[in-house]
Write a protein that binds this ligand. Structure first.
Ligand code: MN
Ligand code: MN
Length: 317
């Protein structure tokens, strides 16, 4: 999963003991291994005529069966939709044989996250588009090591995708991960940017590349199916809102969750109202569906990596 942002927030440093650091990386690896195994399953189940909601739910249950948590709802973003589509309640949409399908999902172990995505199509006409984001990803991975500037990686991603005759999506980026934080302070852009920071040893990133036949920018739809908790307090009018808030605080902490997930735990009747109140009061942040222009096609490739002394280790591949 990716956020629509192209600037960095102020990084905050957390110093940890060496043993604690090793333990942390083992947890990142556990989360990564489960996600890696489910990538194989996901490829098989995403077939034409399959309901999107079945793909989301099957992937999520396969991940849970591996003894990890979900770091965000499974995203199945079709054609010009670039990110943040996870089936709403009672979704009737099916995969079409002409679709370009991005499947993006994540796990966590004790809050240490894995985030991975790939693209499939059933028509070989789209192979080049899929190859563009994959090749850009592979090229970027080769460059990752301590001291490399993120803007230099972004420039290479941009050049690679343009070399295939497509555009990178400039407002979606790879992102630093932290415990229970999916989109932490630093980014790895898909384009050349004037300023950036450097990659540091021991950091963990989700690197994600996007190629598009469209404009290279995404716009927010007026709807969202994914939310996350914000560190705010506000008086709530509805009892249902307080119940939903308590559930989210306990079950998902600061990680994104789906409306679908809440519907399994609280009555559907007041759920929409509760989500609306919590979002309006700023206690929930909505991840609106992000799309490039109508008629365009977007491909994505993503894996999670640990920055080592002289390179990186992919946890999800
Ligand atoms: Mn992702
Ligand atoms: Mn991501």
């Amino acid at each position: 999963m990716s956020e629509k942002k192209l600037e960095e927030t102020v990084p905050k440093k957390q110093e940890k003991e060496p043993e604690e650091e090793e333990d942390k990386f083992e947890k990142y690896r556990k989360a990564g291994k489960a996600a890696k195994e489910v990538r194989e399953i996901a490829r098989k189940i995403a077939q034409p005529e399959t309901p999107i909601i079945d793909i989301c739910e099957r992937i999520e249950s396969e991940l849970l069966n591996k003894g990890v948590g979900l770091s965000f709802p499974c995203n199945v973003s079709i054609n010009n939709v670039a990110a943040h589509y996870s089936s709403p309640l009672d979704d009737k949409a099916l995969i079409d044989k002409e679709d370009v399908v991005k499947i993006d999902f994540g796990t966590h172990f004790d809050g240490y996250i894995a985030d991975t995505a790939f693209t499939i199509s059933f028509n070989s006409e789209h192979d080049k588009l899929i190859e563009a984001s994959k090749k850009a990803f592979e090229t970027a991975i080769e460059m990752i090591k301590p001291g490399v500037e993120t803007r230099v990686i972004g420039k290479k991603i941009e050049e690679t995708i343009k070399g295939y005759g497509f555009r990178p999506i400039k407002d979606l980026s790879g992102h630093l991960l932290d415990q229970y934080v999916l989109h932490s302070s630093k980014i790895i852009p898909n384009i050349s940017i004037p300023h950036g920071t450097k990659i540091e040893e021991g950091e963990v990133y989700a690197l994600e590349t996007f190629a598009t036949t469209g404009s290279g920018t995404v716009t927010e739809a007026p709807y969202a199916y994914i939310y996350s908790l914000m560190p705010l307090r506000a008086p709530l009018r509805f009892k249902g809102s307080r119940q939903v808030l308590g559930l989210v605080q306990k079950e998902f902490k600061t990680l994104p969750f789906a409306e679908r997930w809440l519907a399994k735990k609280v009555s559907k009747a007041g759920l929409k109202l509760a989500i609306r109140e919590l979002t309006e009061k700023g206690l929930f942040r909505a991840y609106n569906v992000l799309s490039d222009r109508k008629g365009s096609l977007v491909s994505q490739e993503e894996h999670t990596l640990i920055v080592l002394e002289d390179g990186c280790e992919l946890t999800t591949q």
